[in-house]
Structure formats: C-alpha cells, structure tokens
Design a protein around this ligand. Structure first.
Ligand code: ZN
Length: 277
C-alpha cells in the first residue's frame, strides 16, 4: 500500500496545544466523519472531558465504517473502479454510470500485466470464511468451459461453467434454513463478519486460479491477504468484484454513500478510500 492510503488524514485543522478538550475530539470526529455534524449532536461539548464521551465518539466513528480497502491498488492510479447499482436505477451512488445497470458490487480493475505479477486481495474486516471456491480457469473471457454461462439451472452444491452453488443450508435471511446461493464469479471467497452493525458479510470474486490462501471456516483478520486478483468466472478482464451484504445472506449493501443511493448517508469504509477519478 502506498501514499496516504487509509490514514484518515487532514488533521491539520487541529489545535495542538497542551490541553485536550471535548471540542478537539469533536473536531477529530468531524474530520473522520467528513463533516457530518448531525451525528455528533448528542455530544456535550461544554463539560469536562469524560471517558464516556470518548467512548461514544469512538463508537460513532468506528460504528459501521469498518471496511478496509480490499485490494493493493489505488483507484485512479493503478486501478479503475466500476461502481455498483444495487437499487437498479441505472446510477451509481454518486449519480455517475455504474459498471452496468444492476451491478451488485464494486469492481476494481487492473491490467493483465498487473494480474500476472500479482495484486493482493485483503479481507476487508475480521471474520470467518463462509465459502471458498477455487480451481477455475482465470483468464476469462476465453473459450475455456469455465468462462461459459451454465448450460442448465443449477441446484445446491452444483457447478457448471463460471457458476458455483453452495450446499443447501441455514443460509436464508440472517441464518434461517434452507437456502442455497449460486455465484458467477469463478474463484470466490465470502467472509462473514460479527459485531459490525450493518455489515453481515463481504464477497470477493474472480481470483487468480489457486491463489486463494484461506479455507472454509478459517478466522481472518482485517487486512489479511486472502488471494490475488484474477479474471475467473463471468469476467471481461482482471478485477476484484467486491460485494457487501448488509442484513443477511445476499442482502446487498452499498459501502459508498452519495446522493443517488441506495446508501445516502454513511459510507461503510473505515477511512474514505483515495479518490482520484
Ligand atoms: Zn462486479
């Protein structure tokens, strides 16, 4: 990782005098929250410094903003972003064009040369690995069978072409029986998270063949390398498809916040990723 990534910078407005007071902390909170004063309205800035105020602010700052950037590249410098369109209105969160209408995650694209030399994918948050699928051909598009759409409808535990389905299990909602899910991402990791408010799980697609370093039910920590970017599955070039599930299995959430939604208020990143588009 390079150059100021994830440092929650811009602390230059702070008054570095000897005395810490609540206002200083509020300023820090505002910087981290990017000026969302509404969220800190409940903090009493007139009193003496109270540990509960600090705890409240830390919780507020960390609250749902828990995802670290899941790939070793910086948008606009050495990778490009194709945004999601979870509400299927044809617009990404920032009212721009999404990767495509109805796109369910954030695509982070690299070159074939970068893929060949290896670009790391990281767990965006602590969690437990729910599913791993690996071994599919990773230079799609290509006539290879692993790059084709399935030839028939798939059932639990089945795989054909670029699609893989989970077994039937307690995978409905936040854990009710009985559902299975099918994914078109070729080589895939899905991580369930705990105590993270609005983030149930994160999904990572299109890994390079046999690059995945984790196994099902492994515990992983935020920032841990889980594999390398590839172009397996339904993919037109090497990229990471990064998908967030909010309230349960396949309940899609948008980690970016903006005026065209569906997340209008609070982005889910721990620190706002660099933005050089
Ligand atoms: Zn995608």
């Amino acid at each position: 990782m390079s150059g100021g990534w994830g440092q929650c910078d811009n602390l230059g407005d702070l008054n570095y005098d000897e005395n810490i007071n609540i206002l200083d902390i509020v300023i820090i909170a505002n910087i981290v929250l990017e000026g969302n004063y509404n969220e800190i309205a409940d903090i009493d800035t007139s009193g003496t410094l109270d540990i509960l105020d600090i705890v409240a602010l830390i919780n507020l700052i960390l609250g749902d903003r828990l995802l670290t950037w899941p790939i070793d590249c910086i948008p606009g410098i050495d990778c490009e972003i194709g945004h999601a369109d979870i509400d299927e209105d044809g617009l990404s969160f920032n009212c721009d064009s999404p990767g495509y209408t109805g796109h369910q995650g954030t695509d982070i694209g690299i070159t074939w040369e970068q893929m060949d030399s290896g670009v790391d994918v990281f767990a965006a948050e602590d969690g437990i690995v729910l599913w791993v699928f690996d071994g599919k051909y990773d230079r799609c598009p290509d006539p290879h069978p692993d790059c084709n759409s399935p030839t028939s409808e798939l059932g639990p535990g089945e795989s054909d072409g670029y699609t893989i389905c989970t077994e039937l299990g307690p995978y409905c909602g936040a854990g009710d029986c009985c559902c299975f899910w099918c994914f078109a991402g070729g080589n895939i990791v899905i991580i369930e998270h705990f105590n993270t408010g609005n983030i149930f799980a994160t999904r990572y697609d299109h890994f390079k063949k046999n690059s995945i370093l984790v196994n099902q039910f492994d515990f992983v920590t935020k920032g841990q390398k889980i594999g390398e970017v590839g172009s397996s599955g339904n993919s037109t070039g090497p990229h990471l498809h990064f998908e967030v599930w909010g309230s349960g299995y396949y309940e899609l959430a948008e980690p970016w916040a903006g005026p065209c939604g569906p997340n209008f208020d609070n982005y889910l990143w721990e620190c706002y990723p660099p933005w050089n588009e």
